[in-house]
Design a protein around this ligand. Structure first.
Ligand code: C5P
Length: 223
């Protein structure tokens, strides 16, 4: 069997990472959460008060940032920033509320895309994000574009945050998702858009199992 690249893009909170993780584990592939990389960069920028309008400062900061992934004892992939586990930290609303400004910066994208291409070089990866099928791996064998109704996305995300111990009002979740979608689709550098050859999966009325089955079914046709 040949190993392929599976690119999963789409709007915020549509179930991309849930699907990507499960598909990767079924196929025995590596899962790479590119959103986590932008979140880790955002955490670093906030902690070090990096000015988003100072290219020199940004470049210097990026040289200091190393993002990696490690699986924990439950076989769940977790994000590390310069060797420190930041998985919990990067999921907080504070990061969600700043990440789209940071990820819009050209210097940040160039650095992250380079790492992502390196991580997927051997293929056998499921990568989720916003520009995987359009920019990072335009020749990915399988491209999925996920979408869902806003209320469904917001309530699922609110639930997810609650399970992580964060109580956030639904209004605030909706506001954040809308804001990120707007910034992510309208930015100058690699805006979020569906690749022409991507298959759309609308998860509004679909269970996680069904999403995963559909993705695996499509992947098998490419292997
Ligand atoms: O996937 P997640 O929602 O964690 O991504 C957080 C943010 O990172 C997105 O809203 C977007 O601004 C940015 N991102 C990106 N390109 C990617 C993945 C994420 O710009 N490939």
């Amino acid at each position: 069997l040949r190993k392929i690249v599976i690119a999963i893009d789409g709007y915020s909170a549509c179930g991309k990472s849930t699907t990507a993780k499960l598909v990767a584990s079924i196929l025995g592939y590596k899962y790479i959460d590119t959103g986590a990389m932008y979140r880790a960069v955002t955490l670093y920028f906030l902690e070090h008060h990096i000015s988003l309008t100072n290219p020199k400062e940004i470049a210097r900061a990026l040289e200091q940032i190393h993002v990696s992934f490690k699986v924990n004892t439950h076989n769940v992939s977790e994000t590390y920033l310069n060797g420190l586990n930041v998985e919990k930290e990067i999921r907080k609303m504070k990061i969600s509320n700043h990440v789209s400004q940071v990820s819009a910066l050209k210097e940040v994208r160039t650095a992250m895309v380079e790492q992502q291409r390196r991580m997927g070089k051997e293929r056998g990866v499921v990568m989720d994000g916003r520009d995987i099928g359009t920019v990072v791996f335009p020749n990915a064998e399988l491209k999925l574009f996920m979408t869902a109704d806003m209320m469904v996305r917001a309530t699922r995300r609110q639930q997810e945050l609650m399970e992580k111990g964060q109580l956030v009002e639904l209004d605030k979740v909706i506001e954040n998702i809308e804001q990120r979608d707007l910034l992510d689709t309208t930015r100058a550098e690699s805006p979020l858009r569906k690749a022409d050859d991507a298959t759309v999966i609308d998860t509004t009325f679909v269970s996680i199992d069904e999403q995963v089955d559909e993705a695996v079914r499509l992947a098998v046709t490419k292997i």
